[in-house]
Design a protein around this ligand. Sequence first.
Ligand code: 6PG
Length: 466
Amino acid sequence: MNSRKIGLYGLGTMGAALALNMAEKGVKVEVANRTPSAVLRFLDDAGPLAERIAGHQSLKGLITALPTPRLLLAMIPSTAPMDAFLDEVIPLLSPGDTVIDAGNADFHDTRRRATLLAEHDLHFVGLGVSGGEEGARHGPSMMMGGSEDSWDGLEPILSAIAARHDGDPCVARCGPDGAGHFVKTVHNGIEYADMEMLAEVYDLLRFGAVRDVRDVAEIFAKWNQGPLESYLMEITGKVLSYADAPTNLPFIDVILDRAGQKGTGRWTVIEAVRLGQSATMIEAAVAARAWSAEKPLRETAEETFGADRAALDIDADMLERAMLAARVLEYAQGFRILAAASVEYDWHLDPVRIAQIWRAGCIIRARLLDDIAAAFAESPPKDQLFLSPRFSSVLMSGIPALREVVTRAAQAGYPLPVLAAALTFWDTMRQGRGTASLIQAQRDFFGRHGFERIDQEGDHHGPWWR
Ligand code: 6PG
């Protein structure tokens, strides 16, 4: 990989990890940082890899050292700092150069920036990078949005540093402009839903079935040997197995139950609604995080109403089948959003390739993605995963389990935002005739909005307007 050289600006956790990964794979990396002193520290810590890394004390020095057409990757906050960065570098770059934003950007910003740079005969790439620091250092999953020219220059480097699934590098050009950052955003939305689903099942097992937290950890570890195998399943079993040394309590019990969120799950929901799509499982996960942050209110409500919850003897095998069905529906909702955006923004997103590059390196990597990629390849309707024959048996055995879990949990007072949303999505989408006729009647009554009839063409109004 001696043919390519890339510039990397921003030696924070992710930037430093990416730089080391690139150097390790034979890429020549020119680095710089807003605070120049970090460059020397980074090179000192880089060990033998420092031979392939050249440090610069200024952005201009970094850019001057790059051969044209330049590849300049920025790992900095994708908000105002990115705009300031672009203002600084645009005058320093040459026609045909590419700037890459490898942060978690709002894809609308990426599209805007791509247009801006195009006015200067420059390329702007939005690169979704998933897998945290470990992934950035040893193999992330990457979702690129940008021009074919940029992809031609970047592909050898990104393929070299990407995670691999059966030798397949988990990186792809998803489409132009904001496509890569949008695919990453939906990745994070699915991540939120899966994390919340795991938390809901943890609640049922530990507090409903009153199992010791170490037994619960072992159940998650066992599930990770089967069809529910995934990174999030694996780490959930691991985090539940730790004890807190000073208190000797289960470590999970010394963590405050207020979830953070940098915003990518929320963006997924906002964009889904904007696209006329439903992302009820992802929305439920975002809501659950928001509600968790209202801890004082929840404590007051508990004092007021009590938090009594009945014991719940729930079978682990039933939970496993319920979760597998819910996970299929979770990915189904995520891919429906991708399909809607692909049409809206003319991206031609390929669900097969997206599922494939999510099979390793990223946070939502899961065994199920092999079947999801195959399902999208073999059976239209391409965008409706839950209709694929490949998941018929999982759903036919899993939905009754999901229904039993949601029913019992509701009766005993255990909230299941994501699992309940999965069941509602399923029950709604399998009803050929629903009750939206009443919605239409109500809208026509108060707003004269009109409606279609089942037996006649055209727009109609009810008798209430005669
Ligand atoms: C990834 C993760 C990562 C995520 C952060 C914080 O794919 O590596 O999704 O990009 O943004 O872990 O996420 P939240 O604060 O939104 O939970």
